[in-house]
Design a protein around this ligand. Structure first.
Ligand code: AMP
Length: 587
């Protein structure tokens, strides 16, 4: 630690939505939060897309710019709430025309282009289920997730279709339609533009039960296949309330969330929450580039910025002086999520941006921010902050497995100190299951708590501090990567007998993926083979493949024969192999 608390800032203009933490917790109830939304007219339920688009468009905000999309070459396309209402209606009509109904899964594999937002919200209007994919995935993880999620429709770009989908299409008999955004629609696909042009722009959202499935988000565990976390329309209550509390969103804000729309942050806060709050959202199609990002902040007069620790650390590498070339005077609140935010980065925000970075914590399963540093609360640099109003968080005593100790169905809460971070279920955006995997879902709960898989410490004032993951899952540049998926792919190479994959600490990305590989008889370690394996992984897995590979004919095993990733990590970190419990620590 050694970092002084940063006093809450006087924010110019409107007072923070959460000015007094204790009072906000006392006064809050989810029923009250629900009452701030309109619900479908005539009491016909709750639909995310209606709250995000139609209630603004049909009210007094039809002409407000909902979305400002910046293309790779800096062209700006603006859509008002009314534009978005009509286009999402067209998309919903297109789904109906294709025979896609409630509950059917529509996948996206797209960057931040206007068609993405139209697809997401049009799908929800039709009560179909939206499942976003990370476009930097290679063909294998994409294929696996399309299959796991029972994809009926995929919306993608011309280029991504050619590079990633064309080769796997015949392995996906359930995938009925591929809609392609671009100039041409290759054989076997439909043109997004033409399909929508053929549809009308009026659509009546059908009755929507708040418990109807709305979104599927893929996440990774230590073992087995990726998991598809199920979220329902009711989640919008939490998207709205948490965006107001943790991101301090106000009407009139210009908000920019840099998260990729293929992950939960890019969906909950990169699409849904800002629109539900009725403000203007900036969506930049470009990749990270320090000067580009400062330019977006300055040119679009961004007031609230939600980004990630890796991005902040990359900006730090370019030096605080670069920020001084840009007019960032509109910016009033900066937040970050996804991986540990080191205290230096919090403080650097103050130097470069004139504002500290507010860390917050949540995960795919929670659907919305759970723990946060708020505008109206002092920041303890390095801490994730305190639980949101309506959220009860605790740390639970751990057993030898590293996870919460459950004795005769009971867990033990640690008042002050370290343990597995747990949350009391019942908030609206909590996942309702892992698709087709009831047992895996049931295992995530004990004694009335949802167990997060993270180790955290709670201090005497109720601030939570991230310690480590309780499992072997890797976080690289904010993306959760399952070691099992990487190991399996490497083992498909004819030279590989076995593989063990770990997260190797990295000063910028937090962790990078490193694989230890045992070769089959007849194969010898060589620089050439190492390069070949890296390329092999990269072709199949894309951005989540191993960046480093080491040969090791003596991979350590547990008694049951599994590769001991923890021991591999101990060796990598130069820690004593005998005491693998010391492996945990911020990475
Ligand atoms: P995902 O489900 O991909 O959003 O990843 C969730 C995981 O990211 C959490 O369980 C944590 O391990 C990590 N994470 C998210 N936010 C933070 C944070 N503020 N500090 C440390 N780790 C975080």
């Amino acid at each position: 630690m050694g970092f002084e608390p940063i006093r809450k800032q006087g924010i110019s203009g409107s007072p923070p939505n959460l000015a007094d933490y204790e009072a906000a917790r006392r006064e809050f109830s989810w029923d009250r939060a629900r009452a701030e939304l309109s619900g479908l007219p005539g009491g016909r339920g709750l639909n995310i897309a209606y709250e995000a688009v139609d209630r603004h468009a049909l009210g007094s905000a039809g002409n407000v710019v909902a979305l400002r999309c910046v293309s790779h070459d800096d062209r700006v396309t603006e859509l008002t709430y009314e534009d978005l209402r009509r286009r999402t209606n067209r998309f919903a009509n297109a789904l109906c025309a294709l025979g896609i109904g409630p509950g059917d899964r529509v996948f996206t594999l797209l960057g931040r282009v206007p068609e993405l937002y139209v697809t997401v919200l049009g799908t929800l209007k039709n009560r179909s289920v939206l499942a976003p994919l990370f476009s930097a995935f290679g063909p294998e993880p994409i294929c696996e997730r399309l299959r796991l999620g029972d994809a009926r429709v995929l919306v993608t770009s011309e280029e991504l279709n050619r590079r990633k989908i064309a080769a796997i299409r015949d392995r996906l008999p359930g995938l009925k339609h591929v809609l392609v955004v671009g100039r041409t629609a290759p054989e076997g696909t439909l043109s997004f533009q033409e399909t929508l042009a053929a549809c009308g722009d009026g659509f009546g959202i059908p009755d929507t039960d708040p418990e109807d499935m709305a979104l599927l988000h893929f996440t990774s565990g230590t073992t087995g296949r990726p998991k598809a976390a199920v979220h329902v329309h009711e989640a919008v209550v939490a998207h709205h309330a948490t965006a107001r509390f943790a991101l301090d969103l106000h009407p009139g804000d210009v908000f920019w969330c840099t998260a990729d729309p293929g992950w939960v942050t890019g969906m909950s806060y990169g699409v849904i929450a800002p629109l539900v709050c009725g403000l203007t959202m900036v969506a930049d199609a470009g990749e990270f580039d320090a000067r580009r990002w400062y330019r977006v902040l300055a040119r679009h007069r961004v007031t609230v910025w939600y980004t990630a620790p890796t991005a902040i650390r990359m900006l730090m590498r370019h030096g605080a002086e670069v920020a001084k070339d840009y007019d960032l005077s509109a910016l009033r609140f900066v937040a970050s999520v996804g991986e540990p935010l080191n205290p230096e980065a919090v403080v650097w925000g103050q130097e470069a941006l004139g504002l500290p970075v507010h860390d917050n914590w949540w995960q795919t399963e929670t659907g919305a921010i759970m723990i946060s540093n708020f505008a109206g609360m002092d920041i303890r640099p390095g801490s994730m902050g305190r639980p949101l109003p309506g959220i009860e968080a605790a740390v639970l005593e751990r057993g030898p497995s590293g996870r919460a100790r459950v004795t005769r169905g009971r867990v033990q809460v640690v008042d002050r100190g370290e343990g597995e971070l747990a949350l009391r279920p019942g908030w609206p955006s909590m996942f309702r299951g892992y698709l087709h995997e009831e047992e895996r879902y049931a295992k995530a709960f004990a004694d009335g708590w949802y167990l997060t898989g993270d180790v955290a410490r709670v201090d005497e004032d109720g601030y939570f501090w991230f310690v480590a993951r309780a499992d072997d899952v890797i976080k690289s540049a904010g993306h959760l990567i399952g070691p099992f998926e990487v190991e399996n792919t490497l083992m498909e190479h004819p030279a590989v007998a076995e593989a063990g994959v770990i997260g190797k600490p990295d000063p910028v990305a937090g962790e990078i993926v490193k694989a230890f590989v045992a070769l089959k008889p007849g194969h010898e370690p060589s620089e050439e083979l190492r390069r070949e394996l890296i390329a092999f992984g990269r072709r199949r897995l894309g951005a989540v493949a191993a960046r480093e590979i080491a040969f090791d004919q003596n991979l350590p095993h547990t008694r049951s024969g599994k590769v001991m990733r923890r021991l591999l990590k101990a060796r990598e970190l130069g820690l004593p192999e005998g005491d693998v419990s010391t492996l945990e620590g911020p990475s």
